[in-house]
Design a protein around this ligand. Sequence first.
Ligand code: PEP
Length: 252
Amino acid sequence: MRRPFIAGNWKMNLDRASAVALAEGLAKQAEAVDDVDLAVCPPSVYLDAVGKAVAGSKVALGAQNMYHEAEGAFTGEISAAMLNDLGCRYVILGHSERRHVLGETDADINKKVHVALAGGLTPIVCVGELLEEREAGKTLEVIRTQFDGSLAGLSGDQVARLVIAYEPVWAIGTGKVATPEQAEEVHLDLRKIIADRYNEEVAQAVRIQYGGSVKPDNAAELLQQPNIDGALVGGASLKVDSFMGIVAGLGG
Ligand code: PEP
């Protein structure tokens, strides 16, 4: 059985006081939550403060990005060791905003995935198609290309340890959520790719989150799909009630 996993991607939002208040609120509410993994991914400058606010709680800490080099002259970048030092368990890699706004390629993401895993972090690797790609009937082709490029050279054991987030780009921050059927189709296809490239055991072990305008009122239907193991949540992760409302969707 795959353990459900709901993570909040706070993106470039909040200030230190509101980030800490949100983290404290979530840590408190999470006391009543069982059988679900929870994480928050604040802006990197607030990782330390948020990490302290969730320490000892059921809410884990994640980063939104990292660099693939261990150290050195890479101005503005952050290493896997630094994230470990701050208590991060997860790191989001290849988010569509990094792919499409900041120009990250599958090859860039692949280097980061290898280094994150080697550093003991669990990558949340994002894949997802643009609206024009979906409309052209290319969704599964795009996802397969991103999967093969971003996850090249990993062993089955490594793939089984990571988290994949299927995030259709047209659904991120737009209020347009994929239907449960659209999301389930891609999640099922991802499992088929993994079974093809590795084996069925690995395919059944990998947790695949859905992301894209998940809210308390649409979460339950998505999360009840057999191949959707949780959610990566942007906008609705910025308030305790809406994030916990999504977590409640797992209860049916
Ligand atoms: C995201 O940032 O990964 C995301 C899915 O955003 P939103 O929930 O706001 O669409």
